[in-house]
Design a protein around this ligand. Structure first.
Ligand SMILES: [Zn+2]
Length: 252
């Protein structure tokens, strides 16, 4: 199956990287889509080429999964739901031939995340409907439309959607869990550190390491289940998008 991660920023995929490792091991294909360019991602070095740095970092993570990477090119911090976003997301979902989408929880600390979660859910419902064309000559074309394969055929079915755990404080009560082996957990930390620029930002912001923060979250989640480090999910249960039990890897 094809699992497509659609997140607002380069590094948001860190909340499901262990699950992606397990899916890849099981022979599934992965793709990454980001809505923004991550252009505000280097707040302490304003002269730096944040877009180039973050693009390179994201591409290195994608390469580790033999995954394609598509960026919709929106401005970081200013993601608004509009016709162009819906159309670009629809095109990206179709061009990556998504069976399963993984995206942000519907409520969290970052406005780009919240808009992305809603927009992904809305676009997915149209993925199999030929009456929603994405041809770049149609209305709502955006600059990013030129970068996306806009001519992909509608999907055979609406992709199923999983929301990732945003951490405590956002009303996310997990319903589905994916346990990680020690090997998965250490590889996950390595992959998070591919976003080297963001490691520096978080260390300046909070004094801690991003990979260590995620490892702590995974350990706490696992403790609830008397299991090893674990990632948590909730399914989108909207009509026609109900996930299959086999969408996520089983117990180790
Ligand atoms: Zn983000």
């Amino acid at each position: 199956m094809k699992y497509v991660c659609v997140f607002a920023h380069q590094d948001d995929e860190m909340r499901c990287l262990g699950t992606l490792l397990r899916l890849r091991e099981a022979g599934h294909e992965i793709a990454f889509v980001t809505v923004t360019k991550g252009d505000k991602g280097l707040p302490y070095v304003l002269e730096a080429d944040a877009v180039g740095v973050r693009d390179e970092e994201m591409r290195s993570v994608a390469a580790a999964f033999d995954a394609e990477y598509v960026c919709l090119g929106r401005e970081d911090g200013y993601t608004y739901d509009d016709p162009g976003l819906r159309r670009d997301l629809l095109a990206a979902i179709r061009s990556t031939r998504a069976d399963v989408l993984i995206t942000h929880w519907t409520t969290d600390y970052n406005a780009d995340h919240v808009v992305t979660a809603k927009a992904v859910t809305d676009a997915a419902l149209f993925a199999n409907l030929a009456s929603f064309p994405t041809d770049p000559t149609t209305a709502f074309a955006t600059a990013a439309s030129a970068e996306i394969a806009m001519d992909a055929a509608p999907l055979g079915a609406v992709p199923r959607i999983w929301y990732v755990d945003p951490g405590a404080g956002y009303g996310f009560e997990a319903t589905h869990f994916v346990e990680l082996s020690p090997g998965h957990a250490s590889r996950k930390a390595e992959l998070i550190r591919y976003h080297r620029s963001q490691m520096d930002v978080i260390r300046q912001l909070s004094g801690t390491d991003y990979a260590d923060q995620l490892a702590d979250l995974d350990r706490l989640t696992g403790n609830r289940l008397m299991a090893g480090p674990t990632e948590a999910f909730r399914p989108c249960l909207a009509e026609r998008r109900i996930p299959w039990p086999s969408d996520l890897p089983g117990r180790l």
